[in-house]
Design a protein around this ligand. Sequence first.
Ligand code: SD4
Length: 345
Amino acid sequence: MTDVGEPSRTLPNHIQNRNLPMKIDRRHFAGTIGALTALGGLSRAAGTQPQNQQPLFVATWNFGLPSCKRSLETLEKTKSLLDAIEAGIRLAESDTSIDSVGVGGAPNAKGVVQLDACIMDGETHRAGSVAGLENFPNPISVARRVMEKTKHVLLVGEGAAEFATDQGFESQGLLTEKQRKKWQDWKAEQRALKYPNLAPPPNHDTIALVGMDSNGHIAGGCSTSGLAYKMPGRVGDSPILGGGLYVDGQIGAAGATGIGENVMRHCGSFLVVELMRSGMEPMAACRAAIERIAKTDKKKPAELHINFLAIDKQGRWGAAGTDAGYEIAVVTPDFARLEKPFLVE
Ligand code: SD4
């Protein structure tokens, strides 16, 4: 099923910055690739992928675009890749219009917003995570402190909140009026059902943001409010290293968005990085990981809601997912755009 040599949905260096639409859709892309191949401009051999895009930031969903731009600006200012990853993700967390990350994120079944986040540095293989964190709007920053100030990797719930307070983070309410109303409607619907609807609602958009600086260092982060109306205490893949995010400084980085249970049971992001280690390009690795999971779970890909993105040490990027609406943001000093990942059907 997997095809290591398949052209990815990104374009070669020599053409990608020239008068291309800022947003490349699947059909347009396929047409572009077809035309290029016909002209002999694109072969299936290694080396046809964009390479050495450094610095490079790639993030999930369309709201990842301003985040990646913020990451690049921060990198230019501070020269710190971790600062850049943190700043990009903080932007999404602080934006109340994004209803799946940080302030304004969807609450759990009891109406409480519980946030998950992690950060990982490929250079040192250090990582920090928080899960089920209440009342702190920027879990990515708390996760970074876990990495930098403790001997641990993951803090949860009350302990994570106490640590955040000790570190000087200000607490605040995270449930917006809009989310409170939506949650009340959801509760009313549940009461009206003879049997509770355990299927998660369609809201599942997480920010996973990975990047590389001009020295080739790689890092990444992930932040989410998790599945809307989840069971209190439920933790998804996003703060789990190897699940929602994984970085290996020698190989690359991968991040995930979708139904965390379907990602974390397969160590999804770790799997993508390991597939890149075996020689696959980022897009092929994302696609192969999903196909492998779909085979094991014996489900149609569309039922899995799994979406990956990845970058590799060569400065290439790619993504694949089972959700038709999935997009990734890609930002380098030369361009900033949204791309449609490979759709696994
Ligand atoms: C989770 N993967 O908690 C996260 C939710 C998500 O888009 O949206 N991903 O399962």
